[in-house]
Ligand binder design. Structure first.
Ligand code: ARG
Length: 576
């Protein structure tokens, strides 16, 4: 949807200030506080440029501003220029759009014809999913949905860590003791791996054996290959079970092994460009000039590395998808790795370097009574670090809360189903509501609360609205007299609804699902203030016209809440 109110402001500001429209769009705020204004233009940047006082500039601009069909007036307030939209026009426009577009509201066409590749989750096989994979998985999943809403073709890639010398260790271990495994699970594989690694420390021969197995794997030896495929299958089965629980999907599982046959070409390209040197028997790209350690391409035994496979991956993705951007949703601990990769691409003179982004994030921390503070969860201390354990614990706690509040709730799905939906929402929202670079502190009471700034709170608000619409019993129609929505709070709600597409746009521009999460909290808070005044704002009353208008408003809020939650990867049950 275009927003003619904002467009009108931007158009006039372009001619009044001479600043480009894109820049103005990012500067203009709104709604800061509808009592003071619906949109605001902070004058600081322009004032600095023109060497003027921001407050004087605001007054000047206000004097020159021409009211039109969308904007009633502009007023200076200190260094800000505040705009007031025509309230009735705004309500009509936004409720009309949302009613007509339904769940398509918030979709834009900025990305049409372009492709974005998102590399997310990307765990290592033969290891269980850890809680740290939650951030990559959920941030990536949300960005996937956000860019789809912007009209992009999005390719979601799970760059599985399914190659590397560690598989030599696992093969060696499996060959020795594989028969002793009671069941073939990821945990079983981990046990074998740990046992072999431990014994390897004492016994040189085992190390050599492991290297030999990896060589065999790289050279396509049948036994090695068949076993490795089995490890991959076992792992993927487990991963997929958890992805299903989280509602997460991928278009491709092309992991590190996929690039094996492209390693030679990748290394040759770098050598031909004169970038590769030998250092301590390894083939590297020296990055000293850029204050980074060398990027290692091949070890002394010729084996490729994580970075080599990523370099091959960039080239493959470029050829296959012709992307506008590729996003690597990976923890901040790999910052150096990505800086090195992108620098090598840049040194190759490849324009793709400017299209690669490392979308990093902080840690997930749990309260650790032993340390008396926040710590990375560890199984040993009885804290949780496995992703599945965290989800199970959340579901268990959610079920308890639901059972305690059963009387206040009304649901048709089983308690367990609602508990699962609430649990996933709590965990996802707990991660997505913070700027992604901040550490996430998981406090169970906090993230599961139906009252705080949480996923369950938003789900509950949505379910209450759905319940009002069910009680209304009739089809919601757009043919209502919107002049009846003349309370300032009703306008305030409409104003918030109208800026939802902006939140989506901002989330995409900053790779920040939290922009949508925070928007939804604001919207829900405004709605909650509105609906708590149940005398003035009784939705279903004997006044049929007023009821029809208010029902339309509630229906639009519900639509936007549902869509926003969807973009975060959270389902919004109709009843709970
Ligand atoms: N497998 C890696 C890990 O678990 C993450 C891979 C991220 N993606 C990439 N293209 N490097 O740490």
């Amino acid at each position: 949807m275009t927003n003619p109110f904002l467009d009108s402001i931007i158009n006039q500001l372009v001619s009044l200030t001479g600043l480009p429209a894109d820049e103005l769009r990012s500067i203009v705020q709104g709604p800061p506080d509808v009592k003071k204004g619906d949109y605001a233009f902070p004058c600081f940047v322009l004032a600095k440029k023109e060497r003027k006082n921001p407050a004087e500039l605001a007054s000047e601009l206000a004097g020159e501003f021409q009211p039109d069909a969308y904007i009633e007036r502009a007023e200076p307030a200190g260094p800000y220029l505040n705009f007031f939209v025509h309230r009735k026009a705004c309500i009509e426009h936004v409720l009309g759009c949302i009613h007509e577009q339904g769940e398509d509201f918030g979709n834009l066409n900025a990305g049409e014809g372009n492709t974005i590749v998102i590399d997310y989750s990307s765990p290592n096989i033969a290891k269980p999913l850890g809680v740290h994979h939650l951030c990559s998985t959920m941030i990536g999943n949300s960005l996937y949905r956000i860019f789809k809403a912007l009209g992009y073709r999005v390719v979601g890639v799970n760059h599985l860590g399914d190659w590397g010398t560690q598989f030599g260790v696992l093969l060696g271990a499996y060959k020795r003791w594989g028969d002793s495994l009671s069941e073939k699970t990821v945990n079983g594989l981990v046990e074998l791996y740990v046992r072999y690694s431990d014994e390897m420390k004492e016994d040189e021969a085992l190390g050599e054996e492991a290297r030999e197995w990896f060589r065999k794997l790289e050279n396509g030896d049948e036994t090695a290959r068949a076993l490795w495929e089995e490890f991959r299958e076992i792992s993927l089965d487990e991963f997929k079970r958890i992805y299903e629980r989280l509602g997460v999907q991928f278009d491709s599982f092309a992991g590190e092994s996929f690039y094996n046959e492209r390693i030679d070409a990748t290394v040759e390209r770098i050598q031909e460009a004169g970038l590769a040197t030998i250092s301590q028997d390894a083939l590297v790209v020296d990055l000293e000039d850029y204050d980074m350690p060398p990027c290692i391409l091949r070890k002394s035994d010729d084996a490729s590395l994580y970075a080599t496979r990523d370099l091959a991956g960039i080239q493959y993705r470029k050829e296959t998808y012709d992307f506008e951007k590729v996003l690597y949703v990976v923890g901040a601990d790999q910052r150096l790795h990505f800086r090195q990769l992108f620098k090598v691409m840049e040194l190759l003179g490849d324009e793709v370097a400017a299209k690669c982004f490392h979308v990093d994030f902080g840690l997930v921390l749990f309260h650790d009574p032993e340390v008396g503070g926040w710590a990375k969860g560890s199984t040993r201390k009885g804290n949780l670090e496995l992703l599945e354990d965290v989800l199970d614990r959340a579901a268990e706690l959610a079920l308890q809360i639901i059972e305690e509040n059963e009387k206040k709730m009304d649901f048709v799905d089983s308690k367990e189903e609602i508990a699962e939906a609430v649990a996933i929402a709590a965990v996802c929202f707990g991660i997505l509501c913070k700027s992604r670079q901040k550490d996430v502190k998981f406090d169970w009471d906090e993230i599961l609360s139906f009252r705080g700034k949480t996923g369950p709170y938003l789900q509950y608000a949505h379910a209450r609205q759905a319940s009002i619409l069910r009680k209304y019993g009739k089809k919601v129609t757009g043919e209502v007299d919107l002049g009846r929505l003349d309370d300032p709070e009703e306008f305030e709600l409409a104003m918030w609804l109208s800026v939802f597409p902006r939140a989506v746009e901002k989330a995409a521009a900053e790779f920040e699902p939290s922009c949508i999460a925070n928007y939804l909290l604001d919207l829900a808070a405004v709605y909650s203030r509105y609906s708590q005044d149940s005398v003035r704002h009784k939705i279903l009353s004997d006044d049929e016209e007023l009821t029809a208008a208010r029902v339309l408003l509630v229906s639009c809020v519900r639509t936007v809440l549902q869509k926003g939650l969807y973009l975060l990867g959270i389902i919004a049950p109709e009843q709970m």
